[in-house]
Design a protein around this ligand. Structure first.
Ligand SMILES: [Zn+2]
Length: 471
C-alpha cells in the first residue's frame, strides 16, 4: 500500500476506494477550541491532466468569444433540486431538515456566486481587494415542477426516506468506501433528476468518524476524449453535502454553519480546483496550481499538507512572500479549507472557469433554458410566496416566432423580458407592453430557428422558460 501524507490521501480517496478500508483520522489542529474536532474534509476527486488540458482550451475559446476582458460575462440561471435523504424523521427533524434550512442555503449560494458574500467587506482591508470579489453571474433557483410535470409542494425539495427504499442509513457506515458505494452506487442513481435540467444536490447525515463535509463531480464535456476521474455522469452528477453543514439555520455544526460547504462543492461542480492546487502528487509547498492567474501560490497551514490548504481561521496576512506572493495565502477564498466564517470570495479567473463550465459542460450548458423546471426564485433564495402567481405559458411553443405570453396574473402595465441563446448570451432585453386586448404579443420572426431561453421578470421574481423557434 502506498504511504501518503494525510492531506495527499484525501483527494485521492475515491480513486483509491478499493485500496483502503478505513480512513485514518487526523487530530484536529486549528486556531480555536472548535478545531478540537476535525478540519474541513472535502472528498472531491480532482480530474486528471487530460481534463485540465481540454478545459484550458475551452477557457481560451470562451475568452476569445467574449472578447475578453472587455465584454461582460453571461448570466446563467441554474434550477436546483435538493434531495433530502432521511430515515422517516418528522419534518424539520434532523436529518429530515426544514425547508427553511434549504432555502437559507440557496440564499448563501446566490449571495456568494453574485459576489455579495456576507464577509466580502473583510476583503477590503487586504491586498486581495486589488483582485476583487468576483460576481460569477450565476444564479440558483428552485425547481417548481418534478420530472413528471407535477408541481412540487416544497419548491426545490425532494424528500427521500431511505428506510422505505430499503437502503442502509448513510450515517451508519463507518468507512468512506462504504459510504461512497451506498451514495454513488444506490442513492444517487435511484434519486437523480435529469442533470441536463436540474442541478442535483444530495444532503444526508454521515458517520461522525468520517467528518466529510461534501464532495462534487467535475463537469464532463461532449468533446472530451477519454474519461477522467471525478467527472459527473447521468447517474451521479451533482454534489453531496453533510446536512449539518448545509444552510445557515437548523441543526448545524458550530464552525460549518454559514453554507460555505455547498458554495465550495458547487465551485468544483463548476470546474474550480482547490485554491492551493490538487496535485495529489510529489509537488511540494507552493508548487501545486489551481490554474487561475489571479490566485497566489499557497504555502498552506501547519496541517495543510503539501497542496497549500489552510484550516481554521487564519489572520491576514498569512505566509507573505513565502510562495512569491506579496499578499500571502488567499485563505479567504471559497476553495480553501478554512472555516465558513472566514470564506468570502471567488476571483475573476475563477468566474471565467465557472462560465466556461456552464458553456461547455455536458450537464451544464442547457440548465439555463430549463422549461421543465419552471424555475423561479427571488434573490433571497426563497420560493415565491405564491408559486402560481406568476406562472407563464408560451403559446404556441414551438412556434414560427409569433407568440403570446400568457400570465396567470398579468401585471397592470408591462414587464421586462430577456431572450438568451443556449450560450446564455442576451439577444433581446426589453419591456413588453399589453395590446388593447391586454394580451402580450412577442414577435421573434426575425430570429433564426433554434432553442432559446426566455426570462420574464415581475416584482422580485423571475421565471425562465425554454422557447423553441421552428419553421
Ligand atoms: Zn474541495
Amino acid at each position: 500500500m502506498l504511504v501518503l501524507p494525510e492531506m495527499k490521501l484525501k483527494p485521492l480517496l475515491i480513486a483509491l476506494l478499493f485500496s483502503f478500508t478505513a480512513l485514518a483520522q487526523t487530530p484536529g489542529i486549528g486556531t480555536g477550541p472548535a478545531h478540537l474536532i476535525l478540519p474541513r474534509h472535502c472528498a472531491t476527486v480532482p480530474p486528471d491532466s487530460a481534463w485540465e488540458i481540454w478545459f484550458s482550451q475551452k477557457i481560451a475559446e470562451y475568452k476569445s468569444q467574449q472578447n475578453f476582458p472587455s465584454s461582460t460575462t453571461s448570466n446563467f440561471m441554474i434550477p436546483v433540486i435538493v434531495h433530502v435523504i432521511h430515515g422517516g424523521e418528522a419534518l424539520a427533524t434532523y436529518p429530515n431538515v426544514s425547508a427553511a434550512q434549504i432555502y437559507s442555503q440557496l440564499k448563501v449560494l446566490n449571495e456568494d456566486y453574485g459576489g455579495r458574500g456576507l464577509n466580502s467587506a473583510t476583503i477590503a482591508s487586504t491586498g486581495f481587494s486589488l483582485v476583487g470579489v468576483s460576481n460569477s453571474n450565476i444564479t440558483f433557483c428552485l425547481a417548481q415542477i418534478d420530472p413528471l410535470g407535477n408541481p412540487l409542494s416544497e419548491p426545490g425539495i425532494d424528500r427521500v426516506n431511505y428506510v422505505s427504499k430499503g437502503w442502509a442509513n448513510p450515517a451508519a457506515l463507518g468507512s468512506m468506501s462504504g459510504f461512497q458505494i451506498l451514495m454513488e452506487g444506490t442513492i444517487k442513481p435511484a434519486t437523480i433528476w435529469n442533470p441536463q435540467l436540474f442541478f442535483n444536490i444530495w444532503i444526508s447525515d454521515v458517520n461522525s468518524s468520517l467528518f466529510t463535509l461534501g464532495y462534487a463531480t467535475f463537469p464532463s464535456g461532449s468533446t472530451l476524449n477519454g474519461i477522467s476521474t471525478g467527472l459527473g455522469g447521468s447517474t451521479n452528477d451533482g454534489i453531496w453535502i453533510w446536512s449539518k453543514s448545509f444552510g445557515t439555520v437548523g441543526t448545524l455544526h458550530s464552525v460549518y454553519n454559514k453554507g460555505r460547504s455547498a458554495v465550495h462543492e458547487t465551485g468544483h461542480w463548476l470546474g474550480l480546483r482547490h485554491i492551493g492546487g490538487d496535485s495529489g502528487n510529489a509537488l511540494g509547498d507552493c508548487a501545486a496550481s489551481d490554474f487561475c492567474d489571479d490566485t497566489p501560490p499557497q504555502k498552506g497551514g501547519a496541517n495543510g499538507g503539501t497542496n497549500g490548504q489552510n484550516f481554521g481561521a487564519p489572520v491576514y496576512p498569512l505566509h507573505v512572500n513565502i510562495c512569491a506572493s506579496v499578499y500571502g495565502d488567499m485563505f479567504m477564498n471559497f476553495m480553501d479549507y478554512t472555516d465558513d466564517a472566514v470564506m468570502a470570495m471567488f476571483t475573476p479567473d475563477q468566474s471565467i472557469r465557472m462560465q466556461t463550465a456552464m458553456t461547455n459542460g455536458t450537464f451544464r450548458s442547457l440548465l439555463t433554458a430549463s422549461s421543465a423546471t419552471q424555475c423561479t426564485v427571488n434573490y433571497l433564495g426563497l420560493p415565491p410566496s405564491k408559486p402560481d402567481e406568476f406562472s407563464l405559458r408560451i403559446i404556441p411553443n414551438p412556434s414560427s416566432g409569433k407568440i403570446i405570453l400568457e400570465l396567470a396574473n398579468p401585471p397592470q402595465g408591462g414587464f421586462k423580458l430577456i431572450l438568451s441563446n443556449t450560450m446564455g448570451q442576451v439577444l433581446l432585453n426589453s419591456e413588453l407592453l399589453p395590446d388593447t386586448n391586454k394580451r402580450f404579443f412577442l414577435d421573434l420572426e426575425n430570429y433564426p430557428e433554434g432553442i432559446y431561453s426566455l426570462t420574464v421578470f415581475s416584482t422580485g421574481n423571475q421565471t425562465v422558460r425554454r422557447l423553441i423557434i421552428s419553421r
